[in-house]
Design a protein around this ligand. Structure first.
Ligand code: FAD
Length: 341
């Protein structure tokens, strides 16, 4: 069989990192990224990009932990390299604070992040409305620079990228041997996945360079995540809402909530509002499928549905998707050598 032609649909953090993993595990493949939008117009561009996992109820915890660990290790190495600033990756310390002590004082990811420990009484004095907290250091991606860095790496390995809206995965069967579906919330329409739904998120990106530590309310709704250039203030989680229009009342509410956690933010400048739709699902859809029409087959690997935690697990799920692409190639090679006999 000639070099397998692989199309990756989607150019968010999941599509780009999956394409990169495929080039690493299968250097003989010819990989093309097809997407109707690229950075800065994807959901991934809106994300805060902090590595704190979201829990997928339908995925075993040890699998989620493995995905997180692989992602953390990968980005930690970048943060320790000369590439860190261009890739927009840095280590950030901070606090997750709770109004009441949570049931789970040691989350499953506590031994992956660095220096996880309960907050001291002295630290808690900074948060008079909170009674319990956890201190740790984790990684933060500045999302648009990271996506551009991934695109640059892909172009350097010869990956082609085209703007194209795919109406049906089957339309790719005459041009490609394998299709990888990383369409995020677009998979709802692309493959008719009714289990996939949007969780709308509105955030503010502000100039407040004096804010150096992250602060996250344990309810997950209010957060302050300093990046290299801007601080992300969040947020909202609105299930089944498809609107991408910012809401001015919500902007004020987010700003007030963040200022009550970090009063110095009252001096923040240049407030920009962003909205994105988290591609949410009971579990990430990470599996092989074979489409077939009139005796012609098209192997597909799905990798979408990362919800509120796509940055936290993207490298781990991309590696698994690349492994599944390897299985598809082995199956294709098996059937082409059988056909020759
Ligand atoms: P996307 O970025 O949406 O990419 C999908 C791609 O597919 C796009 O390029 C799109 O154009 C393309 N596409 C779709 N349909 C088609 C089609 N039919 N044909 C061709 N192309 C198509 N996660 C974290 O881990 N940490 C955080 O701090 C964090 N903060 C967040 C804050 C907010 C406000 C939001 C909204 C999300 C946040 N997330 C966070 C979640 C994270 O953003 C997502 O899980 C992640 O971006 C999903 O990536 P994706 O590549 O699957 O989707």
């Amino acid at each position: 069989m000639a070099a397998p032609k692989v199309a990756v649909v989607g150019a968010g953090v999941v599509g780009l990192s999956t394409a990169l993993c495929i080039t690493e595990t299968c250097p003989s493949c010819s990989v093309t990224v097809l997407s109707d939008q690229f950075s800065p117009n994807t959901t991934s561009d809106v994300a805060a990009g902090i590595l704190i996992p979201h829990t997928y109820p339908g995925t075993p915890i040890h699998v989620q932990k493995q995905w997180f660990k692989e992602t953390f290790t990968y980005l930690f190495a970048i943060s320790n390299s000369a590439e860190a600033s261009e890739a927009g990756i840095h280590l950030v310390s901070g606090w997750q604070v709770f109004k009441n002590t949570p049931k789970e004082e040691l989350p499953f990811w506590s031994d992956v992040v660095l220096g996880f420990r309960p907050m001291s009484e002295a630290e808690l004095q900074k948060f008079p409305q909170h009674r319990f907290g956890q201190a740790f250091a984790t990684l933060k991606c500045d999302c648009p620079p990271y996506l551009l860095w991934l695109e640059k790496r892909l172009k350097a390995t010869g990956v082609q990228m085209y703007t194209r809206k795919v109406a049906d995965l089957w339309e790719l069967h005459s041009e490609y041997n394998i299709v990888v579906n990383c369409a995020g919330i677009g998979a709802h329409q692309l493959v008719g996945d009714e289990k996939l739904f949007p969780v709308r998120g509105q955030v503010l990106k502000v100039h407040a360079p004096w804010v150096k530590n992250f602060i996250r309310d344990g309810d997950g709704l209010t957060y302050i995540y300093p990046g290299i250039h801007r601080v992300t203030l969040g947020g909202t989680r609105e299930k089944e809402i498809w609107s991408l229009s910012p809401d001015s009342g919500t902007t004020k509410d987010i700003f007030d909530r963040c200022c009550s956690l970090e009063p110095s933010l009252r001096g923040a400048q240049d407030i920009k509002v962003k909205v994105g739709l988290r591609p949410s699902r009971w579990c990430v859809r990470l599996q092989r499928e074979v489409l077939s029409q009139g005796g012609v087959k098209l192997p597909v690997v799905h990798n979408y549905g990362h919800g509120a935690g796509g940055f936290s697990v993207h490298r781990g799920t991309a590696k698994e998707a690349a492994r599944l692409v390897g299985e598809c190639i082995a199956a294709l090679q098996g059937s082409s050598s059988r056909a020759k006999l």
